[in-house]
Design a protein around this ligand. Structure first.
Ligand SMILES: [Ca+2]
Length: 391
């Protein structure tokens, strides 16, 4: 260290610029260490096929957290299904006010949260949630400007048609495509034939512009009897979706009934088959359909029997886990694990189950801007966890 001091009895010791920077760096490191120590280590060292991982809890006490979004300033937006939105700021949860009216119950409530690709310029955030009472209940999409910890200019952009009192299969994940259109999912609302009807929003992947208008190049725009927001159909209930870096392909998974969870590559106008074809069965054990394939209906990339109940999906493109580069990660609720899928082209060539039974139900998984993976656990006392390399 090139620390030097001026001589002279009356002068206080002085540091060179380089030494001052070194001292500041040590102080910052000390603060970082203190924060890291304040966080709970959930799993100290987990060896897996490609990486050795530690899992830390950034915050707990979240009630059924559902989705998250990373703000450019380092804060993290976290939605809770019971209808609350939080900002995680320096390890502290702070409530965001001004949410639209949300109807909470069954699988409904506040679901996903997403940032506009130009959030830094326009401040728009997007919410997927259930609203409406009784027969009008259904999935909606709204946007609002995040101003400090308050939502301003709240604007409902989309409301599904044919609401129902059913408490299941609202979807919903959102993802912005490179052209700044918004894709989002809605499940079949427990009324499976709706998934095959182009006159229903249920059981679909839908696409709108960032202001809620309808893209002119949507596959069914202009077709009589078809809803113009529809992008794909025959989707049972999708709660995970991600754009693959490089290829730009949209990957999505959906819940099967008893068995038959699927991963699909989502392409405009395609029919993913529910309930005409499926690898799942009724919960009673009986047949949903005798068919697993049919002309004009897409086959899944992979399917899972028994069901893992997938939720949350993220490609990994960071540098913290070199062995996981370009892999696809899927959370599992009933399966209680994180699943790593090795993707080659349009195929999944290998799967690994991580943290089986160690973290509970996983609702969401995302890659953070720091290259670490973040997980939300689905519980009354849920947590935001971070996966880091264990050194
Ligand atoms: Ca299918």
């Amino acid at each position: 260290m090139n620390t030097t001091y001026t001589t002279g009895n009356t002068k206080r010791p002085r540091l060179t610029t380089a030494a001052r920077l070194a001292v500041i760096a040590v102080m910052l490191a000390a603060i970082g260490i203190a924060r890291a120590q304040a966080r709970e280590i959930v799993l100290e060292r987990v060896r897996s096929q490609e990486e050795t991982i530690r899992v830390i809890s950034l915050v707990d006490g979240l009630q059924n957290p559902w989705g998250m979004a990373f703000l450019p300033d380092g804060r993290i937006l976290i939605s809770e299904r019971p209808g609350r939105l939080h900002l995680l700021e320096d390890g502290t949860l702070r409530a965001v006010s001004g949410l639209p009216v949300i109807d909470v119950g069954g699988q409904g409530g506040l679901l996903d949260v997403a940032l506009h690709p130009d959030f830094e310029e326009n401040g728009w955030i997007y919410l997927a949630y259930s609203a409406g009472r009784g027969a009008s209940r259904g999935t909606r999409i709204a946007r609002a400007r995040l101003e400090d910890r308050r939502l301003a200019d709240v604007e409902e952009l989309f409301r599904m048609n044919n609401g129902s009192a059913a408490g299941v299969h609202f979807g919903s994940r959102m993802v912005f495509l490179p052209d700044r259109t918004l894709l989002f999912t809605i499940g079949d609302r427990g009324d499976r034939q709706r998934a095959q009807s182009l006159g229903e929003h249920a059981g679909k992947t839908l696409r709108i512009n960032d202001d809620g208008s309808i893209p002119a190049d949507n596959p069914f725009a202009g077709r009589p009897g078809a809803l113009p927001e529809i992008y794909t159909y025959g989707n049972r209930n999708a709660q995970g979706m991600a754009v693959q870096p490089g290829s730009g392909l949209v990957w999505q998974h959906e819940h099967g009934p008893r068995g038959g969870d699927e991963v699909n590559i989502i392409e405009a106008g395609s029919n993913y088959g529910w309930p005409a074809i499926t690898y799942g069965r009724e919960y009673s054990g009986g047949e949903v359909s005798p068919l697993t394939a049919a002309p004009g209906m897409e086959q899944p990339v992979v399917y899972w029997v028994p069901s893992i109940a997938p939720s949350g999906m993220s490609f990994y493109s960071g540098r913290a886990f070199e062995g996981w580069r370009d892999n696809l990660f899927v959370g599992a609720l009933a399966g209680q694990h994180l699943r790593r899928l090795v993707v080659e082209g349009r195929e999944v060539v290998h799967q690994e189950v991580l943290f089986q039974g160690q973290l509970g139900r996983i609702r969401d998984v995302r890659e953070g801007p720091d290259g670490f993976l973040y997980i939300l656990t689905d519980a009354r006392n849920g947590a935001l966890l971070r996966l880091e390399p264990a050194r």
